[in-house]
Design a protein around this ligand. Sequence first.
Ligand code: ADP
Ligand code: MG
Length: 397
Amino acid sequence: IFPGSKDAAGRRATLGVMGGGQLGRMFVHAAQRLGYFTAVLDPDAKSPAGLVSHHHIQSDYSDPAGLAQLADLCQAITTEFENVPSQALQKLAQTRPVAPGATVVGIAQNRIEEKAHFAACADISGVTCAPYAVIETPAQLQAALEGRTDLMPGILKTARMGYDGKGQIRVKTTSELAAAWAELGGVACVLEKMLPLTAECSVLVARGWDGQVVSFAPQSNVHVEGILAVTHAYEGNMPPALATNARDAAVAIAQHLGYVGVLCVEFFVVDDGSTHGGLVVNEMAPRPHNSGHYTLDACDASQFDMQVHAMAGLPLPKPRQHSPAIMLNLLGDVWFDASGQLQEPNWQAVLSLPGTHLHLYGKSEARVGRKMGHLTITGPDIASVKTVARRAAELLR
Ligand code: ADP
Ligand code: MG
């Protein structure tokens, strides 16, 4: 699907996205830059992507009329939001190419299936996930209570709908487990062993309909209270062998899934040296990812460009990072001063620092913990990027 092409009715090539959040917005920007028209399906009248798209279908994700309208408008469809109902993607796929597909999105939506997939391709990826047990029934809870002290201290995570550390409870001993499961509503969960992390990293892979695969170098991530805070994207952000292993593992995972589109695989790094140089696979996101936002400013093709290319069947260019980068996530917290008053951050000072690239998502109001935007710092060398990032972080505290 080339950007300039028209359909039988003479309508311009249009790419669609399920979900209108910031990832959808940056996808829309990338698609439009190439000359595509865009359509966003999101129930929110003021969704960040809906605000900048040619078409905004304001309907529920599973509304048949909305889905029919999206399929009618678009030549190919993607998703920006991993909890999109997979039946909706299935429905769209009856008439349009949908990337990533309903099956793989369904796997990524469910930690139990996701871990089973990681286990199924451990031989080719070389990585395993943290030791865990599935808790879906009272009997499984009982079994974990009695037999899985090896998973303590642990972390109980809902199988579905968790993000940014939500839907998780940390448990020190099995005596806390029953209460934690009840607090999560007794829904399907995984109980994972808490690992002594020395670092976290993630890898972005893009795979085309023809099986062509490209990947970005791994970025190292710092989370605060379960939410990504800082991404370090430059050579030397992790030991070279670890970077190679993470990249190879992510590509193997995408290939084993028969994935089409951009996939982000998140890893833990532990210091026990037990598996693959301490690399443990955590989870995957079937879409561009917050940790890949630096690619917009530091690479010659961004993760959003890759999503456009992959879904539209364009060649996938091997991305080249032309500048070291650090990304600072801007949560709504930054908009509140010490006394809790809402106040616009000091952009004047931030933007006067060299190599700062501000991305705001157009959300109408700042709330604590809400992702409002991000700031990427690029520069001629790692030392200067670090210096500017430190200064920017001080200004944004
Ligand atoms: P989410 O879907 O919310 O991103 P994650 O499973 O990635 O859920 O957990 C969020 C963060 O919590 C991780 O990035 C990591 O910092 C921490 N965490 C999660 N699981 C473990 C674990 N088994 N051991 C140590 N830290 C963990
Ligand atoms: Mg995560």
